[in-house]
Design a protein around this ligand. Sequence first.
Ligand SMILES: COc1ccc(NC(=O)[C@H](C)Nc2nc3c(cnn3-c3ccccc3C)c(=O)[nH]2)cc1
Ligand SMILES: [Zn+2]
Length: 326
Amino acid sequence: LQMSTLEVSEEVRQYLKTPTFDNWQWEDAEIMVLLQVMYSDLDFIATFNIEPEVLQQFLYEVYKRYNNIPFHNFKHCFCVTQMMYGLIWLTDLKSKIDSIDLLIMLTSAVCHDLDHTGYNNAYQINARTELALRYNDISPLENHHCAVAFEILEKNENNIFRNLTSEQYKRIREGIIKCILATDMTRHNEILNRFKSILPVFDFGNKDHRDVLMMITIKVSDISNEARPMDVAEPWLDCLLQEFYNQSDMEKLEGLPVTPFMDREKVTKPSSQTGFIGFVLLPLFIELANLFPCLEQHIIDPVKKALAYYTEMEKALEKEKLNRAQ
Ligand SMILES: COc1ccc(NC(=O)[C@H](C)Nc2nc3c(cnn3-c3ccccc3C)c(=O)[nH]2)cc1
Ligand SMILES: [Zn+2]
């Protein structure tokens, strides 16, 4: 089933700008076209003189460099990019920051988990993998995702930035590195605290402020599954736990430390989510909504519903356990 950007209806183009978009209904080939629609509807094709066939080639190379693992695969890349795209429209960022920063944000989302192997940084470091060795235990995965992105862009036929000035290319490279490296969750509190401290005096004219906002926006997009409708979000949790269980099984086999929230003997779906939503997701989303109040109904309300859903599930599980124990 082939689709060209011309065949994407106006109603799908509008739907693509909302956090309710359901990735499960679309084949990879259609998703490739939807990614092209995002670049064209944000006017990047015209503004940055991106040749459509170069964009297609770039996205195809990106597609090939995502691995077939349960969670950090090409569909995750699309979800993060589509949430980023939705946030750009919902917050009307087009009227607040330069297009080149929007191009950085969208392209960072597309590339942010390139060649993820399904084993997180803790594993890379504990198992002393090639990546941990190469990057001296400093965000080995995120450094790798970013390096693969620029390996792809080094080839002229993939280089969507080839018609830009070297000054623009330098700014884009700096921005993409900053955004992709910001997705390392061990830096979560560092980045969130920086954003909290500048919020009361936030100034879109201040580059440091814009940089933190771009990092917060890709972070929100990256972990935002629970902001989507339950029938879109729940399968993603199953995929995530599959990948986490694969890792903890491997860690047990290799005698490596096992991350508690990845251990199939310890984790339940509700327990992993109530803590994550309550202590990680909501505090992050609330800060972004402090700058863009309209996000309250679009991403905070759905997340509060998800928290209630998993809290109920947790209670039901507890009760069942009690009954079985008696
Ligand atoms: C501060 O570093 C952290 C904090 C929390 C977590 N993960 C969790 O608490 C658990 C496993 N739940 C969870 N983790 C999630 C979700 C979405 N992305 N995501 C995730 C995936 C890979 C790495 C890190 C995270 C947060 C989600 O909906 N739930 C992982 C790392
Ligand atoms: Zn990701």
